[in-house]
Write a protein that binds this ligand. Structure first.
Ligand code: FMN
Length: 358
């Protein structure tokens, strides 16, 4: 039963952080819907030797501490990503630190990596696996605010969590940890990737880097070069933006932090298409930012995404959205004559250079 329509007016009245905590706790307590991931064969996606029942995943930041892995997947997602997780527990920024921009279908957050730390997350992920959980779980790694050795922090996360993750993410793109986004520079990023690689257990999970949408052209070329040379196994595009697009109407529009949701759809999809071209379609990309509908997810795939994630739309639309998107996506693929998601990846770009044609 979907209780969301009943709960939504109530959730709208309480603060967004409290609503977030209550939702995670309710899911963890088994009060959420219990769907299996939509398994229409056209949505099956194989990547990094893993079989995704569908390409729609829950983005990082919802289940930051790995408290609701099974329940998140039971909303119908093909995969979930827990985190960001910092090595040591830390409280994050003072409250209030999350704001709903209802009229803009957006959120601004400046959580600042509130994290229970890698030990708590590793324990929960192990418990999920030991309980027979076979869902696909990415683990998103952050660094402690006070740490001066970012690479060592990411390496610690990789060592502690890499063994039970289906993929690992180096998050160098949250706007709320001072200096973090500077780690997207060429030397910094290749240093981090090298150190994380050394720390990975054998067999190593795929290693991905999550990018900010606010990059200069030089940043983009450098990152594409590092990603292909290092190499990494994929990029996640994108995190929240520090920009405030024209036309935002909500009173909270000028709060400090990262903006997510509808206003991020166009810029994050444009950046995704740019990286698909810059990497010659050789690197799996996860498209995230402003996905509210099947058409949005399909646009990400056509721009170059092999997988798609969402978070903010859940805040406004509730969990029924996931199966609406997966079913709608299957219809769109069939309408346009594609036999699979992989067939449609990068369809809007230059097909001659896509991995599928090699
Ligand atoms: C409240 C909130 C917290 C977030 N926390 C994280 C985080 O800890 N790590 C991360 O990589 N991304 C985080 N994100 C970013 C999302 O994973 C995603 O990249 C971004 O919100 C764009 O997708 P959306 O428009 O579907 O929300 C967070 C987003 C929100 C709204």
């Amino acid at each position: 039963m979907n209780l969301y329509p009943l709960a939504k007016p109530f959730i709208g009245l309480i603060g967004p952080e409290t609503a977030h905590r209550l939702t995670v706790r309710a899911l963890a307590a088994g009060l959420g819907p219990k769907l299996s991931a939509a398994a229409d064969p056209i949505l099956n996606t194989t990547l990094w030797g893993r079989d995704f029942a569908n390409p729609i995943g829950l983005a990082a930041g919802f289940d930051k501490h790995g408290e609701a892995i099974a329940a998140s997947l039971a909303l119908g997602f093909g995969f979930t990503e827990i985190g960001s997780i910092t090595p040591k527990p830390q409280p994050g920024n003072p409250r209030p630190r999350v704001f709903r921009l209802t009229r803009d279908r957006a959120v601004i957050n400046r959580y600042g990596f509130n994290s229970e730390g890698i030990d708590a997350a590793a324990r929960r992920l192990r418990a999920y696996r030991e309980g027979g959980g076979t869902g696909l779980v990415g683990v998103n790694l952050g660094k402690n605010k006070e740490s001066e050795d970012a690479a060592a922090d990411y390496a610690m996360g990789a060592a502690a969590l890499g063994g039970s993750a289906d993929y690992l993410v180096v998050n160098v793109s949250s706007p709320n940890t001072p200096g973090l986004r500077a780690l997207q520079g060429k030397d910094e990023l290749s240093g981090i990737v090298a150190q994380v690689r050394e720390a990975l257990p054998d067999p190593a999970p795929p290693l991905l880097v999550k990018l900010a949408p606010d990059l200069t052209d030089e940043d983009k070329r450098d990152i594409a070069a590092v990603a292909l040379d290092a190499p990494v196994e994929g990029l996640i595009i994108s995190n929240t933006t520090t920009l405030r697009p024209d036309g935002l109407e909500s009173p909270h529009a000028n709060e400090a932090g990262g903006l997510s949701g509808a206003p991020l759809m166009a810029p994050s999809t444009a950046l995704l298409a740019e990286f698909f071209a810059l990497t010659d379609g050789k690197l799996p990309l996860i498209g995230v930012g402003g996905v509210f509908s099947a058409a949005d997810a399909y646009a990400k795939i056509r721009a170059g995404a092999s997988l798609v994630q969402l978070y903010t739309a859940l805040v406004f639309e509730g969990p029924g959205l996931v199966s609406a998107i997966t079913h709608g996506l299957a219809d769109l693929l069939r309408r346009d004559g594609f036999a699979s998601v992989a067939d449609a990846v990068g369809a809007d770009g230059n097909r001659q250079t896509s991995a599928a044609d090699r």
